[in-house]
Design a protein around this ligand. Structure first.
Ligand code: AP5
Ligand code: MG
Ligand code: ZN
Length: 215
């Protein structure tokens, strides 16, 4: 099964993808995570992407489709994929079709997380992740069970993203509205889009997504 999680910044794509990985043995392919890893490692792609990401703008279609193609090549044919943060433009949607077809894969579901934009700034500015395993947390909505200790790996170091400030979030939302939301009709026409209330509790959102995948 191959699915896309679609939604604006802070909609919960990463949170839900991590939960589906845990429960279904699928693989999460997050272009945001892969680009952040490239920035950290100082690779040529990372050097190109750093300033663009800090400004909240989109990295080039060629770069992101290239890293998705490479990531798909590293997977077993039967492993299901959750695309998180990709595709984000009409050109990327077209590339994804070709990348999947070349590998004998097909898209099963596009799940749109519907959220109230006003809540997103709070979600994003309160977000932090475990520096060791990447588990996601939130100052208000998802604190570790023991303060200062990761639930998953018991690490004690956490980090925040440089693009998680209010000004950059506004740019990221504008990019979503202008370039990403317009790709939905492509998938609507194929009748593979399901909409989920992304304002519900984290576990309820997961249940709603699982119900769609089990349909
Ligand atoms: P990316 O990393 O994809 O960021 P984004 O799309 O802005 O989305 P986020 O990761 O901020 O949000 P999310 O939906 O994953 O929310 P999360 O689950 O963390 O991209 C970053 C940048 O990389 C882009 O700006 C661009 O520059 C570049 N890039 C990446 N992909 C690209 C592409 N394909 N093309 C071009 N450029 C690309 O949740 C947020 C917080 O809310 C968390 O703290 C969480 O705990 C909390 N939360 C989640 N769900 C709930 C809930 N139901 N109730 C309460 N709190 C919740
Ligand atoms: Mg994310
Ligand atoms: Zn951890």
């Amino acid at each position: 099964m191959n699915i896309i999680l679609l939604g604006p910044p802070g909609a919960g794509k990463g949170t839900q993808a991590q939960r589906l990985v845990g429960e279904r043995g699928m693989v999460q392919l997050s272009t945001g995570d892969m680009l952040r890893a490239a920035v950290k490692a100082g690779t040529p792609i990372g050097l190109k992407a750093k300033a663009v990401m800090e400004a909240g703008e989109l990295v080039s279609d060629e770069i992101v489709s290239g890293i998705i193609g490479e990531a798909l090549d590293g997977l077993q044919a039967e492993t299901g994929v959750i695309f998180d943060g990709y595709p984000r433009t009409a050109a990327q949607a077209e590339s994804l079709d070709a990348l999947l077809a070349d590998r004998g894969r097909a898209l099963d579901h596009v799940i749109e997380l519907e959220v109230d934009e006003d809540a997103l700034v709070e979600r994003i500015t309160g977000r932090f992740t475990c520096a060791t395993c990447g588990e996601g947390y939130h100052d208000r909505f998802k604190q570790p069970a023991t303060a200062g200790e990761c639930d998953k790996c018991h690490g004690h170091e956490f980090k925040r993203r440089p693009d998680d400030n209010e000004e950059t979030v506004r740019t990221r939302m504008a990019e979503y509205r202008a370039k990403t939301a317009p790709i939905l009709p492509i998938y609507d026409a194929r009748d593979i889009v399901s909409r989920v209330d992304g304002m519900a509790d984290i576990a309820e959102v997961t249940d709603a997504i699982e119900a769609i995948l089990d349909r």
